[in-house]
Design a protein around this ligand. Structure first.
Ligand SMILES: C[S@@+](CC[C@H](N)C(=O)[O-])C[C@H]1O[C@@H](n2cnc3c(N)ncnc32)[C@H](O)[C@@H]1O
Length: 323
C-alpha cells in the first residue's frame, strides 16, 4: 500500500512528486479466485483502482461496476482505468447499496471483491484525519459528504455510546476512555489527533504503544463510517446477486471483519453448523448455498510484506456460490 514516489495528487491528477495512491495487496491471489466468467464484476472498494486494473487487464471480456464512498478515490481510479473506460462504471456510494444497483440485479455478478478498510492515500492525508500523526483534524469520514466527523461524534455521543464504539472496535480500556472523554470535553472539545492522543495517554499512560493508539483511532474510524454495519448488510446482499458458480472475495485488515467474513462463509456453506442436534429443520434449509474456497485465510508472502508493510494484516477469504 505504501511505496514508490509516483502518482496522483490530491485532486486525482498525475503528479510525479506525489506518493503512490495505494498499492493493492494479494493481487495474484485475488485474481486467481475471482476471475471465472466473462461477464459483470463488482469492485465494492475500488480505491486507487489497482485490483480493478488487474481484473480488466487479465480478463478482456469482463466488465466492472466500481463503488467507493470516497470521491477522491473515484477520481484517482477514473484516471488510472481510463484505458478501460468502456468496460467500467463508477458509483459513488457504499457497497452496502451495491446489490440494489439496477444493472447488477438484472444481470447478476460473475464475481465480487471487497478490499476493506482505508487506502494508503486516506491514511497518509492529514486532512482526512485517519491517523494519530500530530495536528491532524479528527475527521475520519470516508465520504466527506457524510456526517458526523469523528470530532462531532466525540462531542455528541453519550458515555455509553463512546464506550460501545471503543469496545466494538477492540480499543483498550473502552469504559475508562469514554469516561475521560466526557470529563475532558466539558472543558474543551477534542478536535485534533493531539487532543485525542492526550486523552488516551492520560488513560493508558504516556507510554501507550503505537499499537494501542492505533486501536483507539481505528475503533473511532470504524464507528464513524459504520464499517461493521456496512459489511454485515453487504455480505448476504452481494451473495444473493452472485450468479451460480461466481466467487466473492473479501480482504480484511482486522480480526473483527475477518471473523464476520469467516462466520458468514461457513454458515452459507454448512447451514447446519452450530445448530443444536435434532432440531426440526426442513432439508431445504440445510442445503449449502456454496462452498468456502479458502480453508485458512490467504496472507501476503514475506516478500510482499517486505515491499509493502501495510499488507501485513491482510487476510483474504473467498467463497463460491453453488453452480
Ligand atoms: C483498501 S482500499 C481499496 C484499494 C483498492 N482495492 C485498490 O486496488 O486500490 C479501501 C477503499 O474502500 C473504500 N471503502 C471502505 N468502505 C467502503 C464501503 N462501505 N463502500 C464503498 N467503499 C468503501 C475506501 O474509501 C477505500 O477507498
Amino acid at each position: 500500500m505504501t511505496g514508490s514516489r509516483r502518482r496522483s495528487s490530491d485532486d486525482g491528477t498525475d503528479d510525479a512528486r506525489a506518493p503512490e495512491y495505494h498499492r493493492p495487496v494479494l493481487v495474484d491471489e485475488v485474481m486467481r479466485h475471482l476471475i471465472g466468467g466473462r461477464g459483470l464484476y463488482l469492485d465494492g472498494t475500488v480505491g486507487g483502482g489497482g485490483h480493478a486494473l488487474a481484473l480488466l487487464e487479465r480478463c478482456r471480456e469482463c466488465r466492472l461496476v466500481a463503488f467507493d464512498r470516497d470521491p477522491e478515490a473515484l477520481s484517482a481510479a477514473r484516471l488510472r482505468l481510463a484505458a478501460h473506460a468502456d468496460r467500467i462504471r463508477f458509483v459513488r456510494g457504499s457497497f452496502r447499496e451495491a446489490a440494489g444497483d439496477r444493472e447488477l440485479r438484472a444481470e447478476g455478478l460473475d464475481g465480487a471483491l471487497m478490499d476493506l478498510g482505508v487506502s494508503s492515500r486516506q491514511l497518509d492525508s492529514d486532512r482526512r484525519g485517519f491517523t494519530f500523526r500530530r495536528g491532524a483534524a479528527l475527521d475520519m469520514r470516508m465520504d466527506p459528504g457524510a456526517a458526523p466527523t469523528a470530532a462531532a461524534f466525540l462531542a455528541a455521543a453519550t458515555r455509553t455510546e463512546l464506550a460501545e464504539a471503543f469496545r466494538a472496535g477492540q480499543a483498550p480500556r473502552p469504559g475508562a476512555l469514554a469516561a475521560r472523554i466526557v470529563q475532558r470535553r466539558a472543558r474543551r472539545l477534542p478536535r485534533t489527533s493531539d487532543d485525542l492522543v492526550a486523552i488516551l495517554e492520560s488513560v493508558l499512560s504516556r507510554r501507550a504503544t503505537h499499537a494501542e493508539k492505533a486501536r483507539v483511532f481505528q475503533a473511532l474510524r470504524i464507528r464513524v463510517n459504520d464499517e461493521i454495519g456496512a459489511l454485515r448488510a453487504a455480505l448476504p446482499a452481494i451473495r444473493d446477486v452472485l450468479n451460480p458458480g461466481a466467487v466473492l472475495v473479501v480482504i480484511s485488515y482486522h480480526s473483527i471483519e475477518d471473523g464476520m467474513v469467516k462466520r458468514a462463509f461457513r454458515e452459507w456453506s454448512d447451514p447446519s453448523h452450530g445448530l443444536p442436534p435434532r432440531l426440526p429443520v426442513r432439508a431445504a434449509e440445510l442445503t449449502p448455498r456454496g462452498s468456502v474456497l479458502t480453508r485458512k485465510p490467504v496472507t501476503p508472502a514475506p516478500e510482499e510484506i517486505e515491499a509493502n508493510a501495510r499488507a501485513r494484516p491482510a487476510r483474504l477469504r473467498a467463497w463460491r456460490k453453488a453452480a
